[in-house]
Design a protein around this ligand. Structure first.
Ligand code: ADP
Length: 445
């Protein structure tokens, strides 16, 4: 087992990893930017190294600085969390060369899933159903229009390097193709430094259902059932749950098998998520694979009763999986609490937290790095806490979440709590009959 793990991340996920390491008797090293000096991940790690100024490019995204921190602290493994360098194949490669274990897949596995066109090609070869789309990148407007007609409108233009819902545009006709392509390219270039686009059939009113998998170094891949992430705003997840209210045993078996096939086709090692769109006829299509732990992993932890970070660390250290799949025995929902103003188009609301009272009680979990007196910096992701509830049924879980939201008090900044409070009382949400279009006609009162 590892002796010392450096966490190349910040915020709640860094703290989340530190907690598990402590329980496993592993020493921890936090890295932080100057803007994060007061964050709890810095306080609770055994050691902490400042790696630069607030700007992510000069701190959390700097491979050189993180490797320097590895060297001075003598860490023997690195946990990348999510975001930042977690899906950066070059970083995984530098770790491999340096002889420090990257807790996650190898550089080549990340590469085979990192670029979405390559990922889809890999899945087609592995006979996993994918969203019908263009062969490779969209080269220019003329060829793009031609292939949009072959696929059939509506189509969705997506950045090959995409993430976080950015660089996506839906196109309904030839006339608007050029305009939407250039808008998507501008956004992709700004977000990913790469404006390469591909095209897919736009699946109307689908659900976003993903399968958590884990693979070991001995060729075993198992699935840990699904998460439903259909409640999204601008293609970004707001609420996740497990099991999916749409799921039945037959579909779970089929999607689980497809996800394992996806993982095995690249000899996957570590925790990963295979994302699918599911249409109303229960057809499912591979969208992408995330080769890291995800924000929403706690709902899976709650329903299968396993610590996924611990499982990640164990397989990274070479332990064998038992070979069994895991099925939900509870219901769990996660609400992302963001420092955003839901009454003003979810605009960011960083600043000083004057008071903070966490929700508590049976079946309630809060993962957060913030506290009263903490100042949310404006430089990073706006998520400041995850409120996770579990109960025996979905109905009870929604009631519990509603109760927990009512007692979760954060003052000094605006948060998405009022949005979640209304959502938990929404009849459509309560019915479970939701798609990724849900937010289009949701009005905050
Ligand atoms: P990102 O990597 O930016 O998160 P994804 O490929 O995971 O992008 O897609 C994010 C969301 O965008 C999906 O959950 C879904 O709501 C929507 N989406 C993506 N592709 C399609 C498609 N072909 N048809 C309909 N919706 C889509």
């Amino acid at each position: 087992m590892f002796k010392k793990v450096l966490i190349a991340n910040r915020g709640e996920i860094a703290l989340r990893v530190i907690r598990t390491c402590k329980e496993m008797g592993i020493s921890t090293v936090a890295v932080y930017s100057k803007a994060d000096k007061e964050s709890l991940h810095v306080r609770f790690a055994d050691e902490a190294v400042c790696i630069g100024p607030a700007s992510s490019a000069e701190s959390y995204l700097s491979i050189t600085k993180i490797m320097a921190a590895v060297e001075i602290t003598n860490a023997d493994a690195v946990h990348p969390g999510y975001g930042f360098l977690s899906e950066n194949a070059d970083f995984a490669e530098v770790c491999e060369e340096y002889g420090v274990k990257f807790i996650g897949p190898s550089a080549s596995m990340i590469r085979s899933m990192g670029d979405k066109i390559t990922a889809k090609e890999t899945m087609i070869k592995a006979k996993v159903p994918v969203v019908p789309g263009s062969d490779g990148a969209v080269k220019n407007v003329k060829e793009g229009i031609k292939s949009a007609n072959e696929i059939g409108y509506p189509v969705i233009l997506k950045a090959t390097a995409g993430g976080g819902g950015k660089g996506m545009r839906i196109v309904y006709s030839d006339e608007e193709f050029e305009d939407q392509l250039s808008k998507a390219q501008v956004e992709a270039a700004a977000s990913f430094g790469n404006d390469m686009m591909y095209m897919e059939k736009y699946i109307e009113e689908p659900r976003h259902i993903e399968i958590q998998i884990i693979g070991d170094q001995h060729g075993q891949v198992v699935h840990l059932s699904e998460r439903d992430c259909s409640i999204q705003r601008r293609h970004q997840k707001l609420v996740e749950e497990s099991p999916s209210p749409f799921m039945d045993d037959k579909l779970r078996e089929k999607m689980g098998k497809a996800a394992i096939k996806a993982g095995k086709s690249i000899n996957y090692e570590g925790a990963g998520t295979v994302e699918f769109l599911v249409d109303k006829n229960r057809n499912f299509y591979f969208m992408e694979m995330n080769t890291r732990i995800q924000v929403e992993h706690p709902v899976t932890e709650e329903v299968i009763n396993r610590d996924l970070i611990k499982e990640q660390i164990k397989v990274a250290a070479g332990e064998k999986l038992s070979g069994q799949n895991y099925y939900p025995v509870m219901h769990s929902i996660e609400c992302r609490i963001n420092a955003e103003d839901p009454y003003h188009n979810f605009r960011p609301s960083p600043g000083h937290i004057t008071s903070f009272h966490s929700a508590k009680g049976h079946g309630v979990r809060v993962d957060t790095h913030v506290y009263a007196g903490y100042t949310v910096p404006p430089y990073y992701d706006s998520m400041i806490a995850k409120l996770i509830c579990k109960a025996e049924t979905r109905e009870e879980c929604i009631k519990k979440m509603s109760r927990a939201l009512d007692e979760f008090i954060i003052e000094g900044i605006k948060t998405t709590i009022p949005f979640h409070q209304q959502l938990m009382k929404d009849e459509r949400f309560k019915s479970g009959n939701v798609t990724t279009k849900f937010m289009d006609d949701f009005e905050l009162k």
